[in-house]
Design a protein around this ligand. Structure first.
Ligand code: NAP
Length: 254
């Protein structure tokens, strides 16, 4: 095995949630570039169809589903063909100070960022859709937020903390089947999700924040590169761990 081939995904089929935009879409493109095949899922059919079209003949397919309910989760787990990997990139965010937190906001965010992740993986295993003893890999897109304590972010931060903790438990349960589970914990990456936040905050505040990143804000492709490493055999001795990708924001201090 040459060094380069272990970083490729030739012959591997990967299920990607959140495939309609941002980081998930970028991961779909990177999987195709690395020689793999993608089944992408999200709610927005038009964006999914465009991802499939742009991927080229036979490289990608899509399943339109809402992860907010069991019907959507069961649909994905029954329709998807056997996979060598799963990327859980679907996610939602909400910024609210503790004083104004409502049960409905907590439920909405936990439902997509945590419950649906657990239930989807559970259904995929029940339906025997994740290959065993074949160095399969599950990658959960968590957030560096779960390592720190940003004001007003507790709903989101809590959901990502739950995801990152669960990843270690799932990794332990699946290691005997040689199914690896790791998370990526990115810092600020400009996508539709952060555009919403940028609409609320002033340009000045955003610029001040950006300057705190020694390498600037990230691009979706930066996270996709990390995902390719974790999906590929190059990371075959890594499980239950996290890859922090934050342009040095929280480790390089003045
Ligand atoms: N951007 C950042 O700075 C950053 C940093 C750290 C972590 N992350 C994480 O990275 C992941 C991707 O976020 P992004 O920044 O790429 O944002 P994004 O462009 O808004 O992507 C979110 C994805 O989640 C899907 N999704 C949301 N609700 C869904 C539902 N009910 N059912 C099915 N799919 C649903 C969306 O698809 P549809 O709307 O088509 O359903 C979309 O594809 C998230 O987990 C986010 O927490 C992002």
């Amino acid at each position: 095995m040459t060094l380069n081939s272990s970083f490729r995904l030739d012959g591997k089929h990967i299920l990607v949630t959140g495939a309609s935009s941002g980081i998930g879409l970028s991961i779909c493109r990177a999987i195709i570039d690395a020689g793999g095949r993608v089944t992408g899922t999200a709610r927005r059919q038009q964006q999914l169809s465009e991802m499939v079209r742009a991927s080229g003949e036979g490289k990608a397919s899509s399943i339109q589903a809402d992860l907010a309910d069991d019907t959507g989760i069961k649909k994905i787990a029954s329709e998807v063909e056997e996979v060598d990997g799963v990327v859980y990139a679907a996610g939602v965010s909400k910024l609210t100070p503790l004083k104004f937190v409502k049960r409905q906001d907590l439920t909405e965010v936990m439902n997509i960022n945590y419950f649906a992740m657990v239930l989807l993986l559970s259904q995929l295993l029940k339906n025997k859709k994740i290959k065993k003893n074949n160095d399969s890999s599950i990658v959960l897109i968590s957030s560096v937020a779960q390592q720190i304590g940003t004001k007003s972010s507790l709903i989101y931060t809590g959901s990502k903390g739950a995801m990152s903790s669960a990843a270690r438990v799932i990794a332990n349960e699946l290691a005997p089947q040689r199914i690896r589970v790791n998370t990526i914990e990115p810092g600020m990456v400009r996508t539709d999700m952060t555009a919403e936040m940028e609409n609320i905050l002033s340009t000045e505040t955003i610029e001040k924040d950006r300057l705190k990143y020694p390498l600037g804000y990230g691009a979706p492709e930066d996270v996709a590169n990390g995902a390719i490493f974790l999906l590929s055999d190059a990371s075959r001795w890594m499980t239950g761990r996290s890859l922090t990708m934050d342009g040095g924001r929280y480790s390089l201090l003045d």
